[in-house]
Design a protein around this ligand. Structure first.
Ligand code: SAM
Length: 287
């Protein structure tokens, strides 16, 4: 009977988003213990490893070679190797490479273990002052203006906090598009250069932020996350468009109370709200 080899582990290791002190003790230890580190940019990670005093071999894994790298990494993992996956900053796979590798490990029954730590997403959200109980992470918006506006229009009715990654050279155009599509008076936050020397977390309306960033080149420097307040949820007693349509028809034939009751049965809207809407409509019609 052959000796079965204990399968290896892929550790998905978060690294700092600016401040090198933000590496966890476990990340530091594992980066030193694994046989190989798959890194988005080996030069970038080599600098981090030098700071940590770690000399583990590196292999590049980025969006252009990820599929081909699987052919090298997966057999090593299946042979029992322990491998760490890191990106240039923050948590791998969060708008960073690694998805194909992690998915392939799942397919083949290779254990994938997260080593949690910084991410610009959670760092920005935690300091934003916007609701965090529910949020929608959108990563980077499309590059072209038409596609960007189309995506923003899809998000315009979203009631939860929206989170976007943004780059220095597109921030001004993106904020202008956000103000135009989501509404200039919507509350928003720019979280820039988090954990670094010029860290700023600035909250204002989208229109004010768009104007400030357009007017001040310094506000366009560095790395940034944009967070936008969701639309207020519709009041629980609001009448839906279908409820209003039903009322309009029923009120032509029926008294207010009956029209409201029937419209409530037809649409599921609250009977009281329909009754108030019907009264308002009657008053308006009687004028
Ligand atoms: N995987 C990373 C993470 O977990 O945050 C994100 C990688 S993504 C390619 C890079 C984007 O993250 C930047 O364009 C910016 O939107 C955001 N980002 C990264 N570091 C940041 C920082 N220190 N301050 C603000 N935003 C940052």
């Amino acid at each position: 009977m052959g000796v079965s080899i204990e399968p290896g582990v892929l550790y998905v290791v978060a690294t700092p988003i600016g401040n090198l002190e933000d590496i966890t003790a476990r990340a530091r230890r594992l980066l030193g213990e694994v046989e190989l580190i798959a890194a988005e940019d080996t030069r970038h990670t080599r600098a981090l490893l030098a700071h940590l005093g770690v000399s583990t071999p590196l292999l590049s894994l980025h969006e252009h070679n990820e599929r081909e790298r699987l052919a090298r990494l997966v057999p090593r993992l299946e042979g029992g190797a322990r491998i760490a996956l890191v990106s240039d900053a923050g948590t791998p796979l969060i708008s960073d490479p690694g998805f194909a590798l992690v998915r392939e490990c799942h397919r083949r029954g290779i254990r994938v273990s997260p080593v949690p730590g910084p991410s610009a997403l959670t760092a920005a959200l935690s300091a934003s002052g916007l609701p965090t109980d529910r949020f929608r992470f959108e990563g980077f918006l499309p590059r072209t203006a038409d596609a960007r506006r189309a995506r923003l229009l899809e998000l315009a009715a979203e009631t939860v906090t929206l989170v976007f990654y943004e780059s220095a050279h597109r921030i001004a155009a993106s904020l202008a598009d956000m103000a135009a599509t989501l509404g200039g008076d919507r509350q928003a936050v720019i979280a820039r250069e988090l954990t670094k020397r010029f860290e700023t977390v600035r909250a204002a309306s989208l229109a004010a932020l768009a104007e400030a960033v357009a007017a001040d080149a310094e506000q366009r420097l560095g790395e940034m996350v944009v967070l936008v307040d969701g639309l207020p949820p519709p009041a629980s007693d609001a009448v839906s468009p279908a409820g209003l349509r039903a009322l309009a028809i029923l009120l032509e034939e029926l008294p207010v109370k009956q029209a409201a009751a029937l419209a409530a049965r037809l649409t599921g809207d609250a009977r009281n709200a329909l009754y108030r809407a019907a009264l308002a409509r009657r008053e308006f019609d009687d004028r």
